[in-house]
Design a protein around this ligand. Structure first.
Ligand SMILES: CSC[C@H]1O[C@@H](n2cnc3c(O)ncnc32)[C@H](O)[C@@H]1O
Ligand SMILES: [Zn+2]
Length: 434
């Protein structure tokens, strides 16, 4: 059994304004056993290791509730376009050329970036998800994985079968670090019959559903023409919203759509930077939260962002609501909740997102002894409005250190960068000579 004691400023994200300026956190194996002020370690707790981080804030790891990790390979390849031309003209032709190994290395690149920027858990949607799972298991992070399903194409049934294999092989893998959802891509790429089939399989395996919903005005128009309904109303009528559903984007919603999402307990993954870059619009996050909808934060893929930095995403999410609603909307602590405990709820993970006894030891430390963190009026405000990826010093997932003193412990970063560069350039080269 390993026992670790961390002394630091501790922001446990357990609600209210709980904060320990001289805090102590005790971990046994993969689980937190105590969190509190100096001297709060349980009597008889004899650590194998004591980590002194007096200038760091220790907080729960960040949870990215919507991404396509391997799209790091397209970073900078397809910029300055709206969604549909971006997908049709640039992204999908590139993705057609990806091999399983390309996806493994693209995902590994994403995981290096995520570890460096404080993300301990992601919800991913892509192809070759067995290779994605292997990358996650090797990196040591936590992930919910969904095989992206384009039901209207020739591979819809094969991809659904792959989803089933993914659940069978990886549900609960890596001491519970990996779990699986079904990932129908969107209501405009999957027919009603196909979505019903996916829902039946998700129910059979007691798994959740991860889907893009109401992202752009084009989508609203397509659904209106095809079904005479909004995407949310169409999905409700199909019966897709019975179990655990993560709806990514939800930018264009009617008041009735919001009522449906609230009533059906659909969780929303908000991707403010991707929505801005693709000119999709601003999601009504403040209204959704007021109606009781759980909203998590996501980066989307690195092609529409173009990074996977959840600190940047928190800042953008907050600023966008202030611009869109008013300056009191989405205060810093609430944004931190969206990126931690709210993210855990969005993904249906019950034991991460807070630093509390019995929770998994998924945490990060942020180096606060830097000019942009003085004076120290408000730690939550600094973390949301002033911090950036490079401020993360330490990461632990499931009780294991994945980064210490900004050095990655589980990944060969240089090799990952070289492989990603070589593979992405190969594909771009093939497309250029066509
Ligand atoms: C079939 S795997 C997932 C699929 O989704 C594509 N994708 C990436 N970002 C978005 C987005 O914002 N909206 C819709 N689809 C997106 C990705 O390129 C994969 O093909
Ligand atoms: Zn997406």
């Amino acid at each position: 059994m390993s026992k670790i004691l961390i002394r630091a400023m501790v922001l446990p994200m357990t609600g209210g304004d709980e904060f320990f300026p001289q805090g102590e956190l005790c971990i046994e194996d993969d689980v937190i056993v105590s969190v509190g002020k100096s001297g709060s370690a349980p009597a008889g707790f004899t650590p194998d290791r004591i980590l002194e981080l007096p200038n760091d804030v220790v907080m729960p790891g960040l949870i990215n509730t919507h991404t396509h990790a391997a799209m790091t390979l397209l970073r900078g390849y397809a910029d300055d376009l709206p969604l549909m031309p971006w997908l049709n003209e640039k992204v999908w032709p590139f993705e057609d050329k990806l091999t399983d190994e390309d996806i493994y290395w693209g995902t590994s690149l994403a995981l290096c970036e995520m570890i460096r920027s404080g993300t301990t858990t992601m919800l991913d949607m892509y192809a070759s998800m067995d290779r994605v799972a292997e990358a996650v298991l090797q990196a040591g992070t936590r992930a919910v994985l969904s095989r992206g399903l384009i039901g209207n194409g020739p591979n819809g049934d094969r991809a659904l079968q792959e989803s089933i294999e993914l659940v069978r092989h990886y549900q609960g893998a890596g001491n519970g670090r990996v779990s699986v959802m079904f990932g129908p891509h969107a209501p405009y790429t999957c027919s009603g019959d196909y979505l019903r089939k996916v829902k039946a399989e998700a129910d059979r395996f007691n798994a959740g559903i991860h889907i893009h919903v109401a992202e752009t005005q084009d989508e609203i128009k397509i659904l209106q023409e095809q079904y005479g309904k909004t995407p949310v109303q169409w999905l409700e009528d199909l019966g897709l919203f019975g179990g655990h559903v993560v709806a990514a984007h939800c930018v264009h919603l009617t008041p009735e759509d919001m009522e449906i999402l609230a009533r059906k307990h659909v969780c929303v993954a908000h991707n403010p930077e991707s929505n801005m870059k693709l000119n999709s619009g601003t999601a009504p996050v403040t209204e959704l939260r007021a109606k009781g909808v759980i909203v998590g934060l996501g980066t989307d893929g690195a092609s529409s962002n173009n990074n996977l930095d959840m600190f940047g995403e928190m800042r953008t999410a907050a600023f966008l609501q202030k611009l869109y609603v008013n300056s009191t909307a989405l205060p810093a602590y609430e944004v931190l909740e969206m990126a931690t405990i709210g993210g855990a709820q969005t993904l249906g993970l019950e034991n991460v997102g807070m630093l509390a006894p019995g929770f998994k030891a998924d945490l990060i430390s942020i180096d606060m002894d830097q000019p942009h963190f003085y004076p120290r009026f408000s730690i939550p405000a600094h973390l949301v409005y002033a911090a950036h990826a490079g401020d993360v010093r330490t990461m632990m997932v499931d009780g294991k250190f994945l980064m210490e003193e900004r050095k990655l412990m589980s990944m060969d970063e240089e090799k990952v960068c070289q492989e990603a560069e070589r593979r992405a350039k190969r594909i771009a080269g093939e497309l250029a000579v066509k």
